[in-house]
Design a protein around this ligand. Structure first.
Ligand code: CUA
Length: 365
């Protein structure tokens, strides 16, 4: 094999890998998310389809940079093509090529022009960065939400209403939402592309982000910073609602749970206290642990497990039987002493236990 054909073979190999990745990434497993039924767009996380003022600010900046870059590309390519054609070697012309060494004026120009361009672009970029972090003016009546990243789920606290929920955030459309964010363990990144920017959540630090939805709707997001095994299964759903719908939701979430008093659901509650209460809280009951999502109104959520699985009986059954089989986690490394939790362990529950737990969970409206 010559060097040349080996080189060609390597290029073909890399190219075919690239194609394989493209093809495979178009495939998907079973639709555990139930996405088809909830979003009306093929690209629910398209940052170029902004649905709120903050996302639009970012989008405008993106297009400004895009068009400047496009203009530079066209000019450079045109100059290149011109040079290639105009100064090509012609038939019968064997004069030596004229050698050029240095052109001070040209070099100064092509240093200064990009520098000026980058400096000019820095002005709106930095301004936007600070803008998106600033707390909205009191007159804007922003909703306050505390975001806490966990491996691998999102906790959302509503201090004005006094409750905590997981993975699914409800907000009023047409009103800014001011997020105060931190992390329980490692760095995660909060990103709902159609509503606003991306911001890291950092353990021991507080970061902020403002977002807003123009219209009611469902907006999807996901953790955008690699944070370990189930990073890909650490998603968010933002439900933007009318002010009245939001108020009704928030008031209902703030209510304590109504415990069942008979049947399978009661048996489920008893199992819950033995098996689940060391990590999960249910408000208004002795279950107050905060290691895992608050389940007070679990049945009102459309998903679970980092907003990765539709909240259906079938998915719940699989989850309760073997959580790590559904979502890759590291529960064997859990340490309740230090509060370091890496997912839900499998408890070897019997089918009867699972049925009872599901019956109980489905009463938590
Ligand atoms: Cu959390 Cu990636």
């Amino acid at each position: 094999m010559t060097d040349r054909s080996r080189h060609l073979g390597r290029i073909l190999f890399v190219l075919s890998l690239f194609v394989a990745v493209l093809v495979l990434s178009a495939c998907s497993g079973p639709d555990r998310l139930g996405l088809e039924s909830v979003v009306d767009t093929e690209l629910p996380q398209n940052a170029l389809d902004p649905a709120g003022p903050e996302a639009r600010t970012i989008d405008n900046l993106w297009w400004l940079v895009f068009w400047i870059a496009t203009a530079i590309f066209v000019v450079v390519e045109a100059a290149l093509l011109f040079a290639v054609v105009r100064f090509r070697k012609r038939e019968g012309d064997d004069r030596p090529v004229r050698q050029v060494h240095g052109n001070t004026r040209l070099e100064i120009v092509w240093t200064i022009v990009p520098a000026v361009l980058l400096a000019a672009l820095a002005v709106p970029t930095v301004a936007t960065l600070f803008d998106l972090r600033d707390e909205p003016a009191p007159a804007e009546n922003a909703l306050q939400i505390e975001v806490i990243g966990h491996q691998w789920w999102w906790e959302f606290r509503y201090p004005e209403y006094g409750f905590s929920t997981a993975n699914e955030m409800h907000i009023p459309a047409g009103r800014p939402v001011y997020l105060t964010m931190t992390s329980e363990d490692v760095i995660h990144s909060f990103w709902v592309p159609r509503l606003g920017g991306k911001r890291d959540v950092v353990p021991g630090r507080e970061t902020n982000l403002t977002l807003e939805a123009d219209e009611p709707g469902l907006y999807l997001g996901q953790c955008a910073e690699f944070c370990g095994l189930a990073h890909a299964d650490m998603r968010q759903r933002v439900f933007a609602e009318t002010e009245a719908e939001f108020e009704a939701w928030a008031r209902a979430q703030a209510e304590p749970a109504v415990l069942p008093d008979s049947g399978a659901a009661l048996a489920g509650w008893e199992t819950f206290q033995i098996v689940c209460a060391s990590c999960h809280a249910i408000s208004g009951t002795p279950a107050t642990a905060e290691f895992a999502p608050d389940l007070t109104h679990f049945a009102s959520r459309t998903t679970f497990g980092g907003a990765t699985f539709a909240n259906t009986t079938a998915n719940l059954r699989e989850w309760l039987a073997d959580p790590s089989g559904l979502k890759p986690m590291r529960p064997e490394r859990n340490d309740l002493e230090t509060g370091r939790i890496l997912g839900m362990p499998s408890f070897d529950l019997t089918d009867a236990d699972i049925d009872a737990l599901i019956a109980f969970l489905e009463t938590l409206r």
